[in-house]
Design a binder for this molecule. Structure first.
Ligand SMILES: Nc1ncnc2c1ncn2[C@@H]1O[C@H](COP(=O)(O)OP(=O)(O)O)[C@@H](O)[C@H]1O
Ligand SMILES: [Mg+2]
Length: 274
């Protein structure tokens, strides 16, 4: 039996009485690097919000480490689980160093002030996200990609062994995307459980150990990348005809779109030489 530290059991979630997912059950296998895929607006962020207690289900339960997530104190949840939201607004005029330091708030209390441990965690989080050189800069004045790395640093500084990341590679150029995904792989190999929403199916297949494919608020497939990323699944979930070939570097499934004009069985024409 798979163990899971986090799962949703028959949850109904949504906004203002409008449900996005009904009776949804999702399991995040312990020690996995789980990647959630699915088209825009299918409910990925809503699910992550429920899994991290930002929204409460109107039915069903989210179970974190054996207990209903709603039964924990807020700080206790933040010591067990970190969330990188899809979009966040930094307080006006805050520097990078001060924003990342906020990741340590769950570890502080009335009697427990800023410590060496906090200093070390912040420095480490900034080092691995290559944001150390930005520490004195104002967050408002960074590029989208720099800002994204600062938010990742904040989530890492929290030092939770469960990390939920909503589109962490948005705004990043391809080299920074790969840097970050490899950092997540390192964290995963060091024993953390990660859940990330990614739009790039090839990256999902290459870096994820467990995939969850969603459509219209429902989970339509779960499993290893080789089981989930198939031509049928991509067409069913995204309405996109494609070929799935082995990634030439990693051997994992690689999605090659056929484009609008080509049927599923037509060969991909060789490039014309001029
Ligand atoms: N704060 C909100 N209030 C009302 N509706 C929302 C809110 N956030 C998302 N939605 C709606 O919920 C649906 C699912 O959104 P979301 O979970 O953000 O999708 P995804 O992350 O898969 O793109 C969409 O129809 C979206 O418009
Ligand atoms: Mg989203």
């Amino acid at each position: 039996m798979t163990t899971s530290r986090l799962h949703a059991a028959d949850i109904t979630i949504g906004y203002d009485g409008r449900s996005i997912s009904q009776q949804l059950s999702v399991e995040i296998p312990a020690d996995s690097f789980t990647v959630i895929i699915g088209p825009n607006a299918c409910g990925k962020s809503t699910l992550l919000r429920a899994l991290s207690r930002l929204i409460a289900p109107s039915a069903g339960r989210v179970i974190l480490d054996g207990a209903d997530i709603l039964s924990y104190k807020t700080k206790e949840v933040s010591r067990r689980l970190g969330l990188l939201p899809q979009s966040s607004l930094a307080p006006d005029g805050i520097t990078v160093a001060d924003l990342v330091a906020r990741g340590r708030a769950p570890h502080q209390g009335f009697l427990r002030q800023w410590s060496r441990d906090d200093e070390r965690a912040v420095a480490a989080a900034m080092r691995v996200t290559s944001t150390t050189d930005l520490s004195a800069r104002l967050v408002d004045e960074l590029s989208g990609g720099q800002r994204q790395r600062v938010w990742v640093a904040l989530a890492l500084a929290q030092e939770t062994d469960l990390l939920l990341l909503d589109e962490p590679t948005t705004f990043l150029d391809i080299a920074h995307q790969i840097d970050l995904l490899e950092l997540f792989t390192d964290l995963h190999e060091q024993g953390r459980t990660l859940v990330a929403v990614l739009h790039d199916l090839n990256q999902a297949a290459r870096y994820g150990t467990h995939l969850i494919a969603m459509r219209d608020g429902e989970v339509v497939a779960t499993g290893a990348p080789e089981e989930v990323i198939t031509e049928e699944l991509v067409e069913h979930v995204f309405g996109l005809r494609c070929r799935v070939v082995p990634d030439p570097v990693a051997g994992t499934p690689q999605v090659v779109p056929l484009g609008r004009e080509r049927g599923r069985t037509s060969p991909v024409p060789a490039p014309a030489h001029v």
